[in-house]
Write a protein that binds this ligand. Structure first.
Ligand code: NFS
Length: 652
């Protein structure tokens, strides 16, 4: 294997990659060297949607072949094939977010009916807000009656057969109008996903632009439907996050406590485990087994959920899931759904870790299955915690916990941003807008998404975000990207002094916020949509999200969910840059449509740039173009001039 230092910028991960090699354990980093991606598949031009194929349509190499048509057996063009593949990725991603959301809605309804003991309502204000959005009468009705109506409407949204999703009404009016005019305002996400699967079946929709429009409907249904429903109902049940101090990286594991890692996505499970792990009986049991206590930590997006609401530490992001087990100190890793590697039980075999699956939708051979349902949540949570405790005495001799452990502040829901900037009594986005208008803040960037073993772990996230804040762009983050930057120390208020440009630093210092705001898990990218909408509604920065000096990025994306998210940002009017690889590159025409023509349809567009510094500058250029269109470009020049003058004065 090539130098482990080349695999990650995170020293804790490098140590564990080395330990894995010494222990004879194969990880994703080894497999990434052994298996090379198929060049035709990765360009999106391999069609395997029928039994006559797979038809691979690479560009002809020799000049004389240039005129030979590239066609599948049915005559499908590279454009059609790449568009089919691309929107099937959107379908996969939207399905993942939305099925998660459906689970939340079902639990919410069970809670209302008294069939989900342990769950309740923590944020009544948000319940009333969603009730208003859904047109549910509030009056002096009992809270559970209101909640029942909200839950029923939320659940019905998934299979809405006609009309439009209710949450579309939350978007700026111009955005709603545009979606209507272009015919892309979605119905229920289930229906839009099924229609993708139908249209991409052999011999149905052969027009790549028409295919992309269907992908657009499903993506909007994800962002403003499935994902937003998940975020809102989770907030109602578990509380809307407020700023909270946390810790990140493998150093959060404890040598002398039972280490229980929660990995996956649904807070339905992790919230219950947080409670079960605090149970006195469980702590006594841990002590009886020789441990000093029970230490919970998270991996992947469920980690972000429990960090934001309880301050539970983050053990690491997606590419650290195997490495956590390699420490030898994890007594159990509990998984639910999404971003979970099948290799976990294999890695665990070399240590003592028990891998527990909990969802009937996600089983792994070699793992122990303890089924979790909302009806017996606490019972299964306790069984899970007990399994971890009982495994503590089996710790192997070769334990090595890296020291790396960093502070971060998380919990910046869009409601929180409102209060922080505007104060309790006049909560508003006004100060943010004013600071964008006066140029101290140049613009807003959302940097989100996965890790990808094809590139150096965490490198692109951290490099891009540093470049953005250096140029006075405030960054909102979710998911693995937020964890990467937290490990680099960017998610603390002190980071503003060290890394931010002078304008952004002055705002961060006044308000006491980090230059990089942790907004939550991947379904919480819906919070970024709401924040962008709030900025538009506060005024002075245009009439639509596409007018804002804002941009999005997923520099280390790998999952279909990331494509769905990227496309709902583009469809909401945001310029969005992805790194690593681009899944339609095999069709120039289709790629051109997504990168250029799409701006004429949705006001947003895609870009691909694997170099994170160049990608950051694409975002900054876009932000500057929007500032110019808004007529606020001069304000920034003045600010910078003032700063320079001040420095000169200070020098005298
Ligand atoms: Ni989102 Fe990617 Fe997964 Fe979270 Fe991490 S890999 S698309 S960031 S954990 S969902």
């Amino acid at each position: 294997m090539t130098d482990p230092e080349e695999k990650s910028i995170d020293s804790a991960s490098v140590k564990m990659i080395k330990k894995a090699a010494a222990d004879g354990v194969s990880t994703v980093f080894d497999r990434a060297e052994a298996i090379k991606p198929c060049p035709i598949g990765s360009q999106g031009i391999c069609c395997k949607n029928c039994g006559m194929g797979p038809c691979r349509l690479p560009a002809p190499k020799k000049k004389d072949e240039e005129k030979a048509p590239r066609r599948g057996l049915c005559g499908a063009t590279p454009e059609t094939v790449a568009a089919r593949n691309f929107i099937r990725m959107i379908a996969g991603g939207a399905a993942a977010h939305s099925d998660h959301a459906r689970g939340v809605a079902e639990t919410f309804l069970a809670m209302v009916k008294g069939e989900a003991p342990g769950y309740g309502i923590k944020d009544e204000q948000k319940l009333f807000q969603v009730a208003l959005d859904f047109g549910v009468e509030i009056g002096d009705r009992d809270i559970m009656e209101i909640a029942r109506d909200v839950g029923e409407i939320a659940l019905a949204e998934f299979s809405r057969q006609d009309g439009e999703l209710q949450f579309l009404k939350r978007a700026p009016l111009n955005r709603q109008k545009l979606w209507k005019e272009k015919g892309i305002a979605p119905r229920g996400v289930d229906r839009e996903i099924v229609e993708i699967m139908h249209r991409t079946h052999m011999g149905v929709d052969q027009d790549y632009k028409n295919l992309l429009l269907q992908g657009t409907r499903a993506a909007i249904a994800d962002g403003w439907g499935g994902s937003m429903i998940a975020t809102e109902l989770q907030d109602i049940m578990f509380g809307t996050p407020v700023p909270i101090l946390g810790k990140v990286n493998l150093g959060v594991l404890k040598k002398d406590e039972v280490n229980l890692i929660i990995h996956g996505h649904e807070p339905l499970l992790s919230e219950m485990i947080v409670i079960a792990a605090q149970d006195a009986e469980m702590i006594d049991l841990a002590k009886a087994k020789g441990a000093k206590g029970i230490n919970l930590a998270g991996i992947c997006c469920t980690a972000n959920e429990i960090l934001m609401r309880h301050g539970i530490p983050l053990a690491g992001n997606m590419l650290q899931q195997e490495l956590a087990i390699v420490t030898g100190a994890v007594d159990a890793m509990i998984v639910d759904i999404q971003c979970i590697m099948q290799s976990l039980p294999d890695v665990a075999q070399c240590y003592h870790t028990k891998v527990l699956t909990t969802s009937p939708k996600a089983k792994i051979p070699g793992a122990i299955h303890i089924e979790f349902s909302e009806h017996n949540a606490m019972e299964s949570a306790r069984a899970i915690v007990k399994t971890a405790i009982e495994n503590y005495p089996n710790r192997p001799p070769n334990i090595e916990i890296p020291d790396e452990e960093f502070d971060l502040v998380a919990g910046f829901s869009h409601e929180t941003i409102n209060y922080l900037l505007g104060g309790i009594y006049r909560a508003s986005y006004r100060p943010l807008n004013d600071n964008i208008i006066n140029g101290r803040i140049r613009g807003i960037a959302g940097v989100v998404g996965c890790n990808n073993a094809r590139v150096r772990h965490d490198d692109a996230h951290v490099t891009m975000v540093k470049e953005l804040i250096k140029n006075d762009v405030i960054v909102l983050q979710t998911g693995c990207s937020a964890m990467a930057c937290a490990k680099a120390g960017l998610l603390t208020p002190e980071a503003a002094r060290e890394f931010a440009g002078e304008g952004l630093f002055s705002v961060c210092e006044t308000v006491g916020i980090p230059p990089v705001l942790h907004v939550g898990s991947c379904v919480d990218n819906s919070r970024i949509l709401m924040a962008a909408t709030a900025v538009v509604k506060d005024g002075g920065l245009g009439d639509d999200i596409s007018d804002l000096p804002a941009a999005g990025a997923a520099p280390e994306w790998m999952s279909e969910k990331a494509i769905a998210i990227g496309h709902y940002f583009v469809s909401s009017g945001v310029f969005t840059v992805f790194g690593v690889t681009w899944p339609t590159i095999g069709s120039e025409e289709l790629t051109n449509c997504l990168f250029k023509e799409f701006e004429g349809i949705t006001g947003g567009m895609w870009a691909f740039e694997p170099d994170p510094i160049k990608a950051a500058h694409l975002m900054i250029d876009h932000i500057d173009t929007k500032r110019k269109a808004l007529g606020i470009d001069k304000a920034r020049e003045r600010i910078l001039y003032d700063m320079a003058m001040r420095r000169e004065l200070e020098a005298v």
